[in-house]
Design a protein around this ligand. Sequence first.
Ligand SMILES: Cc1cc2nc3c(=O)[nH]c(=O)nc-3n(C[C@H](O)[C@H](O)[C@H](O)COP(=O)(O)OP(=O)(O)OC[C@H]3O[C@@H](n4cnc5c(N)ncnc54)[C@H](O)[C@@H]3O)c2cc1C
Length: 377
Amino acid sequence: MDYRENDDETAFRLRVREWLGKNAPKDWRAHTKTEADHGALLRRWQRTLFEGGFVGLSWPVEYGGHGLTATYEAILNDELGRADTPRISFHAYLGRAIFTYGTEEQKRRFLPPMLNGDIQWCQGFSEPGAGSDLAGLRTHAELKGDRWVINGQKLWTSGAQHADWCVALVRTDKDAAKHKGISCLLTSAKAPGITIRPIKISDGAPETCEMFFDDVEVPADQMIGRPGEGWRIAMTVLAFERGPADVGLIATFQTALRRIEGIAAERGLMNDPESRKAIARIYVIGEALRLNVMEQLSQRVAGKPPGPDGSVARLLLTRAEQAIRSLELEISGAAAFTDADDTSFTSYLRSRTISIFGGTSEIQKNILANQVLGMPR
Ligand SMILES: Cc1cc2nc3c(=O)[nH]c(=O)nc-3n(C[C@H](O)[C@H](O)[C@H](O)COP(=O)(O)OP(=O)(O)OC[C@H]3O[C@@H](n4cnc5c(N)ncnc54)[C@H](O)[C@@H]3O)c2cc1C
């Protein structure tokens, strides 16, 4: 693939950059500490992006997108990363469930408000005892007349406290084999019978939630795919969540690297051989990530959907993010633990979660061993 941009793509990049200069939220991290602020921030930012014409660039026009190639999506992500804006990404993977398996009516009902920010979503997959072993989930739904009735509990549901809707995996056939008895329901996150309790993660942000379902009724036409097709849908969602060619991550990585160099220079560490070696190592890890992302992007542009090899991208990203945040903490020294710098320590703590959500690093390695290298289970 030729990675150089053509004139139209360059013009688009300049337009995005100029627009972000005027519209990107400033000091937004202060708003992520409380639930209400964080939810409102994400909703507002998605709406602003949508009104600027920058959401769903590669989605079909009939569902609220712009019908452009994945390259435009990548340029946008790059500029968003460079401008260090909040991340809004659920449409990129949860939307895939509806786009790939939904009926025409479901797509027209749910995709446009997913893109324009009217409806915020959460992902109700994991449960107590069903994270890595997702097929062991026990939340179940029973068909009563024209409604499914859900009972059970989800765990670690990110953003459930400000979500309007949830993509929930439920067991609809207790007698079928583990993977085969699961279905996918779209439920209002505010339906009677749903109780949501936020959980603070390591950096103190109330990012994830417990979600309890007590006789929650869902109209039968809100099932995505057929009964029993939930596992296949979940794997599609996770493949997009694990391995998207998110070029913005490189820009974010490079911004963090520049910040580290700035701190190292301030602290007189740029001539210290150990610090220089540590920074050089991060450059190399960043370069491996960049090349992998470009490879992923070329596959996306060629129309190939992400598959199990997305786990390579996920492992590289995990390694890059955790290595750079560890170095940032080290280079910052004692200041990282005082009010003088509340970014380094928080970023370090947050980076620890990346080897867990969307499937742990061990599970990514299992996927590569079994599904890519063909090794025995
Ligand atoms: C910040 C954050 C946000 C999240 N957001 C969401 C969300 O929005 N929606 C959602 O559904 N879930 C979400 N999750 C849940 C996440 O997907 C699970 O935490 C993850 O899949 C691991 O499951 P678990 O926590 O049950 O750990 P376990 O599965 O119990 O794993 C415990 C340890 O055992 C290891 N292990 C387990 N099985 C194997 C195996 N077969 N081979 C080798 N090692 C193994 C794991 O790697 C891990 O180290 C989130 C998690 C975090 C931390």
